[in-house]
Design a binder for this molecule. Sequence first.
Ligand code: NAD
Length: 486
Amino acid sequence: MFQNRIMEKIANYINGEMVAPISNTYIDNFNPSIGAVYSLIPDSDEKDIDLATKAAQAAFPLWSKTPKEKRARVLQKLAYLIEANLDRFAEAESRDNGKPLSLAKRVDIPRAAANFNFYATGVLHYASEAHQMEDIAINYTTREPIGVCGCISPWNLPLYLFSWKIAPALAIGNTVVAKPSEVTPYTAFLLSELCIEAGLPKGVLNIVHGLGHKVGAAITKHPDIPVISFTGGTVTGAEIARTAGPMFKKLSLELGGKNPNIIFDDCDFENALSTTMHSSFANQGQICLCGSRIFVQRGIYEKFRDAFVEKTQELIVGNPFDADSNLGAVVSQSHMEKVLSYVALAKEEGGTVLTGGHQVKLEGEQENGWYLAPTIIEGLSFDCRTNQEEIFGPVVTIMPFDTVEEVLYMANSTKYGLASTVWTQDITKAHNVAAQLHSGIVWVNTWLLRDLRTPFGGVKASGVGREGGFNAFEFFTEPKNICIKL
Ligand code: NAD
């Protein structure tokens, strides 16, 4: 049915206009829920990035000197327009990514609007520092926007993470050349249209679509883009660092994770169980913060495991547009195959699949969609590959533990360090464990509860630097200290 249709062509947004890529070539954009192409993405290259960078450079002097109140008003208008178009954006996100429409409506799109609102208002409260040296001297530190910032984002929370970078960069007075994931470009395309409607001056934000090794790499190595904010895989992050490091670019890397979920005997059982369902399978397990290694203390291990398996078997994998689907499709065929290859590896490593572990075949229009059953695997050692490498799908492992020391050792054993979750009613134990976990974020008796003012990011191979709150303004500005002798 789709073969005979003229495919919609997504456009780049450069210098305030919706334009075709210079090469006039396109790549396929898939709808994962039906496993078919439904639109075309510009196959842009370094020429488009050069054009976008020139536009951003030309816009910088005026935008950076525009009073912050005025910048804030435009960004708040953008937030308002996203909210006003909630249904259209949520449907587009769900179609492009495969996530349940209900999730896109409840989380992705509201959060994108919140990101613009948060940083539009945040910039009004951002103050400079002064350091007095008794009666000898006074230092004051200014924070200036830097210029053209490159923002590169992944496919799992498309508009949510795209806006999380763009909003602070623009609010503080930079101009931006941005690249959404080629796997999920559609809501960034819709955002371009709203930027025009909101009255964002031309060239302030430029959105260039295309492949990572062409468009992303062109942003990374462009000599006139001194700042790169990247969210995505650890391997890509390392490649970006190899290019950007010797060019002395400012670099923020938000990378992969293999997050532990530590459940002690004394937890609030029902709360731990229901939240673990979300932290395991929300967005088909494709959230960098999902807890993929579940450690349960021996006293409640079997009770927890059995209840977890039972509840997981009740989850509905279905058309993302159906209100009762708990899980939609995973993002691509290659990603589905990668996740399934980890299930096969887990079996080779001695694991037992307690539930799931296979593709789900739906009927009707969804028969070729990429659906996976939520999967729980038991019986693996903490240091096997399945427990050390990021899978990024609806697959979790479950393991018993006895002592705090033992679980900390296992939890901290991976190269990653993004987020951890701890379940206990003993507040002293919670503090003790949280302090010793090697991760940028620790949740106690909750998961994914975010205050946008808090630092966000990981340690070790999960990233370099922090976003969130004023951390983002610090990243997107250059401080200058002025010391005046009294
Ligand atoms: P990815 O690294 O493949 O791609 C991310 C972005 O980088 C895409 O826009 C892609 O086109 C671009 N890219 C690819 N190659 C590039 C190159 N050579 N130079 C410049 N850009 C390039 O990641 P993905 O598969 O889109 O996303 C999944 C990964 O993102 C997972 O590892 C997940 O943990 C991670 N992630 C991390 C966070 C976080 O905040 N730490 C949040 C979400 C996702």
